[in-house]
Design a binder for this molecule. Structure first.
Ligand SMILES: [Zn+2]
Length: 349
């Protein structure tokens, strides 16, 4: 039995599950997102190249992926540190940092932030979406990929001794590519060996979450210990959502704070507002899924930091929790979503 059994693995070592406290299960503290740059609309080239300024803020909030510098969250370590200190003051305990290979995971920075702020940080093993896979990654067998992921959890990743405490976010596109399928199978095999938590980034299609879960299931993955991210931009129809929920994964609403007219990655989507996200949580609770819900902000660009006029890492604790309580979700249910469910998910079997 690995030493992780019954514990949670942070970048500073193993902790008891009860030490986690309130936990955001999908955030990024340092990463780059150039892989997802979207060309600015004709006429907006000047805005896209200009420094970030108050008078451009609304444009930036609506077109975050068209501004190159906005995609470099790795330049904001001081600002992120300040945010984490505020997060602790607001009652936050832990953060799952979902940055995987392909979007510039930086484990020494995560360790430094954990030491300096007292926030427990859990790092992610594995690979992001296909466009970020190297030729070397694409050529690897499932066995080789499994070995690498297991090693990142048991011994440390990126040439460091810093260990990952979850597998993911594992990136998938739509349709899921061959290379991504291999990574999903390796994820399931590594999870079988380790008894560890897994988190998936689905492609931008309503069929994508179910397809990713099926691939994991067929490869022997433990779906009850797997999180499906980004449901707030994937499945809208209540019946389809309940169909997906029956598959048994955790259901994550992790784009709290994102309010946009057009979702740049998929213009067919009417992105949920925070009010609609809260309504969806209340619906899932009424349908009996309160043990399966997780929430977060998935901050991955500069403009969502308070330094740039954004909502920051404390938005859920400061603004969303009171809204949940005012919409009939009980304190006990809030605590389940923020404390108990993350704890169950993050504890190694
Ligand atoms: Zn993410």
């Amino acid at each position: 039995m690995p030493e992780q059994s019954g514990k949670v693995q942070t970048v500073l070592g193993l902790i008891e599950p009860d030490q986690l406290g309130r936990t955001m299960t999908h955030e990024h503290l340092t990463m780059t997102f150039e892989c997802s740059h979207v060309s600015p609309a004709p006429g907006d080239e000047g805005l896209a190249a200009a420094p970030i300024e108050m008078k451009h803020l609304h444009w930036l909030q609506q077109n975050p992926y068209s501004h190159h510098e906005n995609l470099l969250l790795n330049q904001e370590i001081e600002a992120v540190k300040e945010e984490l200190l505020c997060y602790r003051k607001a009652g936050g305990g832990s953060i799952v940092e979902n940055t995987t290979t392909g979007i510039n995971r930086n484990l020494p920075v995560l360790r430094q932030l954990a030491k300096e702020t007292g926030v427990h940080i859990i790092a992610g093993a594995g690979y992001y979406v296909d466009v970020t896979h190297s030729d070397e990654t694409r050529k690897m067998t499932v066995e080789k990929l499994t070995d690498i992921i297991v090693n990142e959890v048991l011994h440390g990743a990126d040439g460091t001794d810093i260990r990952c405490g979850v597998i993911g976010e594992i990136g998938t596109s739509w349709p899921i590519t061959e290379s991504e399928k291999k990574v999903l199978r390796a994820t399931a095999h590594a999870q079988t060996q380790l008894g560890c938590p897994v988190i998936i980034h689905p492609g931008r299609n309503k069929a994508a979450p179910g397809e990713a879960i099926r691939i994991l299931q067929e490869a022997g993955g433990d779906i009850s210990k797997t999180v499906m991210s980004h449901l707030d931009r994937s499945i809208y129809d209540p019946r389809e959502l309940l169909e997906f929920a029956k598959m048994g994964s955790y259901l994550e609403y992790d784009l709290f704070g994102t309010e946009v007219l057009n979702y740049q990655f998929n213009l067919d989507v009417d992105m949920l507002s925070d009010s609609q996200r809260v309504q969806t949580l209340a619906f899932l609770i009424r349908e009996g899924y309160e043990d399966r819900i997780l929430i977060a902000h998935d901050i991955h660009t500069k403009h969502r930091l308070t330094k740039y006029g954004g909502h920051g890492f404390s938005h859920i604790l400061k603004n969303i929790v009171p809204k949940m309580l005012s919409r009939g979700i009980t304190q006990n249910q809030v605590d389940k979503i923020l404390i108990e469910n993350p704890k169950q998910w993050l504890t190694f079997k």
